[in-house]
Write a protein of this length. Structure first.
Length: 139
């Protein structure tokens, strides 16, 4: 069995952004030389997420509106976490909803997706450098 590890780095211009990282993950699969196995993709920051869904702009807009309704950024004094001097409590809650990681099967050297599936990096406290781990195991 082989193993492969790579970090993908992001610095989004907005506080909340959704980035399609499917091409980046496919590049990792090709680099790994693994044709049968699994790839784990996880956000290595507690205010960011990795998830799978449709690459459709209306859905992405809906996600942003929905998440902001569930955990609005302002007023920042509504959150005890922000008593520490932070202003990102909402980002922690958004990450909890959207999840930390995904695992995708690799079959014949390709991501074994269902129809319309893509992998996304969800940023909820952006404008600074953060990373995503890609870990692949298989043969």
């Amino acid at each position: 069995m082989k193993s492969y590890r790579k970090e993908l780095w992001f610095n989004t211009p907005n506080r909340m952004d959704l980035v399609n990282i499917t091409p980046d993950v496919m590049d990792c699969v090709r680099e790994s030389g693994i044709s049968e196995g699994f790839v784990l993709i996880n956000a290595m920051h507690i205010t960011a997420s990795v998830f799978i869904n449709d690459n459709e702009s209306g859905l992405h807009s809906d996600y942003k509106k929905w998440l902001e309704k569930l955990a609005p950024h302002a007023p920042i004094n509504q959150y005890r976490h922000n008593d520490t001097g932070e202003d990102n409590a909402d980002a922690h809650l958004k990450r909890q909803i959207m999840g930390r990681e995904v695992v995708v099967a690799i079959t014949n050297g390709d991501l074994d997706f269902g129809p319309w599936e893509s992998i996304f990096y969800g940023e909820f406290d952006g404008r600074r450098r953060k990373r995503v781990l890609v870990k692949i195991i298989g043969e």
